[in-house]
Design a protein around this ligand. Structure first.
Ligand SMILES: Cc1cc2nc3c(=O)[nH]c(=O)nc-3n(C[C@H](O)[C@H](O)[C@H](O)COP(=O)(O)OP(=O)(O)OC[C@H]3O[C@@H](n4cnc5c(N)ncnc54)[C@H](O)[C@@H]3O)c2cc1C
Length: 203
């Protein structure tokens, strides 16, 4: 098994999930977990976004800078999270121990998979035909989709986050959805105990 948790997609939800998952390494329950992200960003909605309405972001912040800076933040702070570049997922299949994730270049095994490819992109990934439905919180004429889920869980070990999980398209909501999945995974790894990771100032 190559990964304990593998995130698919490097946009708002995916990068947020990766940062929160990565931040748990000092904790015993996460210390040996192998975490990866297929950090594809080319088709992120952040690429053309301009932010004035997000708490904590300087007005005028570019989504393209958030994408770039997010990868650098992940690499600097949590280098144990493997960032897989220049690969796009084509197929996801269930195995006895988890999932096989096939990209245009490689094949990965993971116990947990988190799909964060946005509400327009999934149709290029095979293996989900039965879970796709019209998005419940987007205008019908936009033809958006979601992966039917309950509290981000599609089935055991398989999570969806961000707009593809059925949330409306706001940056903070997508990031929050990714963070929520990360903390759900902590609770799974930590014997069912509700867990979050907070840093605080010392003194
Ligand atoms: C023009 C524009 C302006 C916006 N302005 C605002 C704003 O002012 N305020 C606000 O709150 N929100 C704004 N948004 C919305 C915000 O950008 C989205 O809500 C948010 O990016 C959605 O996050 P997500 O993770 O669901 O999807 P995305 O950020 O789109 O991420 C999906 C990721 O999956 C990757 N991917 C796709 N297919 C595959 C595959 N097969 N394999 C691997 N990876 C894959 C993509 O490359 C991408 O990185 C704006 C969006 C746009 C388009």
């Amino acid at each position: 098994m190559q990964f304990d948790a593998l995130i698919i997609g490097g946009g708002s939800a995916g990068m947020s999930c990766a940062l929160v998952l990565g931040s748990a390494q000092p904790k015993l329950f996460a210390a040996t977990k192998r975490i990866g992200i297929i950090a594809h960003q080319k088709t992120s909605h952040l690429q053309t976004a301009l932010f004035n309405n997000v708490l904590g972001l300087k007005p005028g912040t570019l989504g393209s800078d958030i994408l770039e800076n997010g990868k650098a933040q992940l690499k600097d702070l949590y280098p144990h999270v493997q960032q897989i570049e220049k690969e796009k997922v084509t197929v996801i299949t269930k195995t006895t121990e988890g999932f096989t994730i096939t990209t245009n270049k490689n094949t990965y095994q993971t116990k947990l998979a988190i799909i964060t490819v946005g509400y327009t992109s999934l149709l290029t990934i095979k293996g989900f035909e039965d879970h796709i439905e019209p998005h419940p919180r987007a205008a019908a004429e936009k033809d958006r989709i979601w992966l039917k889920n309950e509290n981000h869980l599609i089935e055991d070990g398989l999570y969806v986050a961000g707009t593809l999980a059925g949330w409306r398209s706001q940056f903070a909501i997508a990031c929050g959805s990714g963070a929520q999945v990360a903390t759900d995974i902590f609770s799974l790894w930590n014997d069912g105990i509700h867990t979050k990771i907070h840093d605080k100032i010392s003194g």
